[in-house]
Design a protein around this ligand. Structure first.
Ligand SMILES: O=C(CO)COP(=O)(O)O
Length: 251
C-alpha cells in the first residue's frame, strides 16, 4: 500500500488570521497512512510550524544562493530554520515571473543542500499541448531543471499550465503519456523512487479517480487547499483510497 502525498499550495494567500485554517487542516491529517504538506506564504511558515507540529509545512520558492547581497530574497536554509520541511520549486507562476530552467536547477540544489524535500513542478503550456508536444516539452523541462547532483527526497509535480485554476484536468491518456515521460527521466537520473504528483484544478470530486491511478503518487492542490473543509475532503478521499491494494509502493 502506498502512502499518498497530498500537498496544499496556498500561493500568495493567507495572513495570521489563517492560522486557524492551518490548525483545522492539521486536525484532518492526524493519521499515519497519508502524507500531507501545506506550503504557506513565507511569513506564515514559522507560526504554522509552531501551532501544527504534526503537519509538514512547506515553502513555495527560495533563492539559489545560500547567503549574499540579494535584497529581499530568502534562502532555503532560512526557510528551513523558520520551520519549512518541503519546498515547491519551478512552479509555472514562478517560471512566468522569470525563473528559467537553470535558475530552477540551482534552487533545487540549494534546497536539497539545506535538507529540504523538493517538490519540483513541470508542465506544458496550452500551445505546447495543442502541438502534441506535451510529453517532449515536460521531459526537456525536467531534464534541464534537475541539478547535477541529486539527493533523496525528490518529488515531481506534473502541473499542465493550461489546467491550473481553469477547472479542467487532462484526460487519463494525456496524464499517462506525460507521467511516463517524467518517470523515464527519473530512471535515467537514478531517482526512480521519486514520487510523481498531479496538480491543476484538483477537487475533492476528482481526487478518487486521480489517486486510483497507479502512476500518480499524490496531488498538488491550489485553490481547493485554501478552505479546510474542501482540503479535508480531498485528504479524506485519499485516506479512503489507502485501503485499496495499490501495487507500487514508492516511498
Ligand atoms: O498551481 C496549482 C498548485 O500548485 C494548482 O492550482 P489549482 O488547484 O488552483 O488549479
Amino acid at each position: 500500500m502506498t502512502h499518498p502525498l497530498i500537498v496544499g499550495n496556498w500561493k500568495m494567500h493567507g495572513d495570521g488570521a489563517w492560522l486557524d485554517r492551518v490548525a483545522a487542516i492539521a486536525g484532518a491529517v492526524a493519521v499515519p497512512q497519508i502524507d500531507v504538506a501545506l506550503c504557506v506564504p513565507a511569513t506564515l511558515i514559522h507560526r504554522a510550524a509552531t501551532i501544527a507540529p504534526g503537519l509538514t509545512i512547506g515553502a513555495q520558492d527560495c533563492h539559489w544562493a545560500a547567503t549574499g547581497a540579494h535584497t529581499g530574497a530568502i534562502s532555503a536554509m532560512m526557510l528551513r530554520e523558520a520551520g519549512a520541511q518541503v519546498m515547491i520549486l519551478g512552479h509555472s507562476e514562478r517560471r512566468a515571473a522569470g525563473d528559467d530552467d537553470a535558475h530552477v536547477a540551482a534552487k533545487v540544489a540549494a534546497a536539497q543542500n539545506a535538507g529540504l524535500r523538493v517538490i519540483l513542478c513541470v508542465g506544458e503550456s496550452a500551445a505546447e499541448r495543442d502541438d502534441g508536444a506535451a510529453t517532449a516539452r515536460v521531459r526537456a523541462q525536467l531534464i534541464a531543471s534537475l541539478p547535477e547532483r541529486l539527493t533523496a527526497g525528490l518529488t515531481i509535480a506534473y502541473e499542465p499550465i493550461w489546467a491550473i485554476g481553469r477547472g479542467v484536468i487532462p484526460s487519463p491518456v494525456e496524464i499517462t503519456s506525460v507521467v511516463d515521460g517524467i518517470r523515464s527521466v527519473l530512471t535515467a537520473r537514478n531517482v526512480a523512487n521519486a514520487r510523481v504528483l498531479y496538480g491543476g484544478s484538483v477537487t475533492a470530486a476528482a481526487t478518487r479517480d486521480l489517486l486510483a491511478r497507479t502512476d500518480i503518487d499524490g496531488l498538488l492542490v491550489g485553490a481547493a487547499s485554501l478552505k479546510p473543509a474542501t482540503f479535508s475532503e480531498i485528504i479524506g478521499a485519499a485516506i479512503g483510497l489507502t485501503n485499496l491494494d495499490r501495487p507500487k509502493p514508492r516511498l
